[in-house]
Design a protein around this ligand. Structure first.
Ligand SMILES: [Zn+2]
Length: 292
């Protein structure tokens, strides 16, 4: 970080250390995969480690996360301008996803509602929009990734809502594909040797930029609990051939959050937030394009 012009404060006795310049601040913690990127909660693949009075992060995290977040220009060659966007409303048909009994609200319905709202907003901003589904149809996850590729989409965004056994669980989380040779967020046990690259890993750097922009837009706009930008090997992310994210916008199992999500106004805010994040990402990609 120092070599990138981001000086560090002294590490605290608890093993926390902040790296900051006028543009960016990174708050890391010894033995933790979690850090704060300009206040936003982000998960690395490996925990930060204290050594010689400084915190160190793994080489994979430097290349697949910190470098893309802080030095996008180095990934100019892989930058794909955003013209066509594939929106994936999660679940559908016989697969209703999660469900709120008290509100008789199913994930497949509200994911579709947000997807259609998002498509309308982005179309107005000049993007070409494709939808995996515009009604209550079921598609296999793998099929969704293939459809995005056949449509030559430049970006894939999958919309979901969450549920948990713990009724207090709430907030918003955004997922990008786990880099090869790293464990997904929450996984501490899978042998690293088996975690080879997937086709979605070709776009690791821009996945990270897209994830950070959309996650920040969601947290800023919705004011929900920040559950973090996380990593997972969900099928739609593994098989995507373009930068891709999966959003879990809120919890249907949380009484108050579910009641909010049940309101069309709130779903409009969710769609606007995602659109803002995508526009911010598209601008980042534009910014590294050679001027012609
Ligand atoms: Zn879902």
């Amino acid at each position: 970080m120092r070599s990138w012009g981001i000086p560090a404060e002294r590490m605290s006795v608890e093993g926390a250390q902040t790296f900051a310049n006028v543009w960016n601040s990174l708050e890391l913690q010894h033995d933790s995969r979690e850090f704060r990127f300009n206040g936003l909660r982000v998960f690395m693949g490996d925990g930060a480690k204290a050594y010689g009075g400084e915190l160190w992060v793994s080489r994979i995290d430097v290349e697949k996360l910190f470098r893309p977040l802080l030095r996008q220009r180095e990934f100019e060659a892989e930058a794909r301008p955003v013209r066509r966007i594939m929106i994936d409303a999660g679940h559908g048909g016989q697969d209703r996803g999660t469900y709120s009994d008290p509100l008789a609200l199913s994930e497949k319905e509200i994911a579709l509602d947000v997807a259609l709202r998002l498509g309308a907003i982005l179309a107005q901003q000049g993007f070409e929009i494709r939808q995996i589904r515009e009604d209550d149809t079921f598609f296999e996850k793998g099929q969704r990734a293939v459809m995005a590729q056949l449509e030559e989409a430049d970006l894939f965004v999958s919309i979901h809502f969450n549920a948990a056994g713990n009724p207090n669980a709430q907030g918003t989380e955004t997922y990008v594909l786990t880099p090869a040779r790293q464990r997904s967020t929450g996984d501490a046990a899978t042998p690293i040797a088996g975690l080879g690259p997937e086709s979605g890993n070709d776009t690791d750097p821009w996945n990270a930029v897209l994830g950070a922009e959309v996650h920040r837009a969601l947290i800023d706009r919705l004011g929900t609990v920040d559950r973090g930008l996380k990593r997972a090997r969900f099928a739609v992310l593994r098989l995507a051939k373009m930068p891709a994210i999966l959003i879990e916008a809120g919890f249907l199992s949380h009484e108050e959050e579910a009641r909010e999500i049940a309101s069309p106004h709130r779903r409009g805010e969710i769609a606007e937030a995602i659109a803002n994040g995508i526009v911010a990402y598209a601008n980042q990609v534009q910014a590294v394009q050679p001027k012609s």
